[in-house]
Design a protein around this ligand. Structure first.
Ligand code: M6R
Length: 607
């Protein structure tokens, strides 16, 4: 899951490549590189670490070259060193690659047997050598790429440049996304339309199996069978403006703070507050006739799906199966033709979620996607888009996208309940009113920021932290633990509070803080009992509850965080806020890279 770009233009290309890569940094940031053609010969600049290191190299190497390719990497094969950074060059071929070549070991062995010296540990360099061999054997660039594509197994997108070919880039995709932007006498290639936005809004998306031959004033696309095809031109709304931190220290802080606005915006798309009704787009499926829903997603989006299960099963009396997409895609789950599947994804590019979507479609399911990026592959391949209006989420830790997913899913659950005759108009009105209060309640929850900062500092030195939740807030315990571990590197686990005594309670001692998520709902007393069980074993409790809950049980806790009292229906949205802030402040206190934590990438486009 790297970001790739290519430009074949009329202006000096190096800084333009950098600008496009900057916008793709969410896909990986452990090393980066560009290559361009200067007087027909390759020149390559690469650097380990963040893109800024590459920028320094670009600035000290003035160039008038107008054709080039670039890459920002999330390592799959080989350490994130300069030698392994892309572009990879073999003879007269330079290549940038996103994805994984699964049979690269076999291909590498064949190359080495033929006397080729492979310099990096990457799968990508092998592809450059294979194409170069074909060129040396007399094939034209297009033919050479086509022959090599046939040899490759895996999911990938490539942009390839050839020495001596100043008006040619060849691109190909199988599994990984690739967009081609049309300028005036210029062409731009990128992993997504956001990368191309500073240059053009006219974009062609390649389809799976496509190979594109790109020249300054011409684009020729060929499908997997080698037939020339026309892919539609669309106009992207991706903004040319690079999102900034808006005065916050980190993107994550900005994105946490934006939640009242973006949740409100998202709700406004699906809820008619005036009439007290939910208004969802039409779906090509009879919601009153389906007998279950399958939800697949990864990471935080999967936890949003788990919350949706509680909402849908209780309100719409419809069984819901939720699975992580990486398991679901290989599980061969039986799915009834004409049924409904839901996929949830911020980026819309997560490889496992996309594969799950395709599996569901193959089985004849109607697929609805809760997705934040409307130009994404998942959005384009779904039958119905339930878009979240979180705006660009830059911090690797998902925050506002999660609460916006919950907002959409809450509206969806109400809609389903109405369609299935499980809810009357009065109850719909009541729940819509509850939803309308969420942005205001989130504002109040955010006011705990300074207090949560002090709590975070008190627990940040722990080696392990447990999160407990029950019922609809069990997924929030999982989300709290994920958020903490991914940005602070503290080991954290979320548990269903009632499950603790079946094993994990053995972990408890005075060194293990336990974060207890306990809204005053019908399970409150049970959660409090679980809290008392761990407190009795010496655990330091951080109790997250409302003011009444804090008055009743705050004394038993080491620290209490109060969330505004609200209808239990919306508690997962509200209780997401303190767990985000707790993770954020712990990470800031520990001095980790909050927005770009180690080993992660914003968009996981490999399985
Ligand atoms: O873009 P997606 O929502 O499909 O991404 C899914 C996960 O990779 C993502 O939620 C990940 O778990 C986040 N880093 C969590 O904060």
């Amino acid at each position: 899951m790297c970001g790739i770009v290519g430009i074949i233009g009329t202006e000096p290309v190096a800084m333009r490549l950098y600008e496009a890569l900057k916008r793709l940094e969410y896909r990986g940031y452990d090393s980066a590189g560009i290559a361009f053609l200067e007087e027909g010969r390759f020149k390559r600049l690469r650097a380990a670490g963040k893109l800024n290191n590459l920028l320094a190299r670009i600035q000290e190497t003035p160039s008038q070259a107008t054709i080039g390719i670039g890459h920002t990497r999330w390592a799959t094969h080989g350490a994130p060193t300069e030698e392994n950074a892309h572009p990879h060059i073999a003879g007269s071929v330079a290549i940038v690659h996103n994805g994984i070549i699964e049979n690269f070991q076999v291909l590498k062995a064949q190359l080495e047997e033929a006397g080729v010296t492979v310099k990096s540990d990457t799968d990508t360099e092998i592809v450059a050598h294979l194409i170069d061999q074909r060129l040396k054997a007399g094939e034209a660039p297009q033919e050479a790429v086509r022959s090599v594509l046939k040899m490759l197994e895996g999911a990938f997108a490539f942009v390839i440049m050839f020495e001596g070919e100043d008006d040619l880039l060849i691109a190909a995709r199988r599994g990984s996304p690739l967009a081609i932007g049309h300028g005036d006498g210029e062409m731009f290639l990128g992993s997504d339309a956001i990368a191309l936005a500073p240059f053009t809004s006219r974009v062609t998306y390649l389809e799976d199996g496509d190979m594109a031959v790109v020249r300054r004033d011409r684009l020729d696309v060929f499908d997997e069978a080698g037939r020339q095809v026309v892919r539609p031109l669309s106009f992207t709304q991706a903004s040319a403006l690079l999102v900034d931190k808006g005065g916050h220290r980190h993107f994550m802080a900005k994105e946490i703070a934006e939640q009242p606005d973006v949740i409100g915006h998202t709700l406004a798309e699906y809820v008619n507050f005036h009439e007290g009704r939910v208004t969802l787009p039409d779906m090509p499926v009879d919601l009153s006739a389906i007998d279950r829903i399958t939800i697949t997603a990864c990471g935080t989006a999967h936890y949003a799906g788990m919350v949706a299960k509680y909402w849908i099963e209780r309100l719409a009396r419809l069984p819901v199966e939720v699975d992580v997409a990486s398991e679901f895609r290989y599980r061969e789950a039986p799915l009834k033709e004409g049924g409904l599947s839901l996929v949830i994804s911020q980026s819309g590019e997560t490889a496992d979620t996309l594969a799950a979507l395709r599996y569901c479609k193959e089985k004849g399911q109607v697929v609805a996607a809760v997705v934040n990026v409307p130009e994404s592959t998942i959005a384009r391949e779904s039958d119905v888009i339930l878009r979240t209006y979180a705006g660009p989420e830059i911090g690797v830790a998902s925050t506002k996208a999660f609460t916006c997913q919950l907002a959409v899913l809450a509206a969806f659950a109400i809609h389903l309940a109405r369609m299935r005759g499980c809810m009357d108009a009065d109850e719909e009105k009541r729940l819509v009113k509850t939803l309308s209060e969420v942005p205001r309640l989130v504002v109040t929850a955010l006011k705990q920021d300074a207090h949560i900062d002090t709590v975070a500092q008190k627990i940040a030195h722990a080696r392990d932290i447990l999160y407990l939740g029950r019922g609809i807030n069990y997924p929030i315990a999982l989300e709290g633990a994920l958020k903490l571990k991914e940005i602070s590197y503290i080991h954290a686990e979320g548990y269903a509070a009632g499950e603790l005594k079946h094993g994990p309670i053995a972990l408890i001692d005075e060194n293990v803080p336990v974060v207890v998520i306990a809204p005053r709902d019908k399970l409150f007393d049970k959660t409090v009992s679980n809290m008392q069980e761990v407190a009795a074993r010496g655990a330091r409790i951080v109790l997250i509850t409302d003011e009444e809950g804090a008055r009743a049980h705050g004394a038993e806790a080491f620290e209490t965080i109060a969330v505004p009292a609200a209808d239990p229906f919306v508690s997962p949205i509200l209780y997401a806020i303190p767990v985000q802030l707790l993770a954020y402040h712990a990470a800031v206190f520990l001095g980790t890279d909050v927005d770009q934590p180690r080993n992660l990438a914003k968009s996981v486009t490999v399985e």
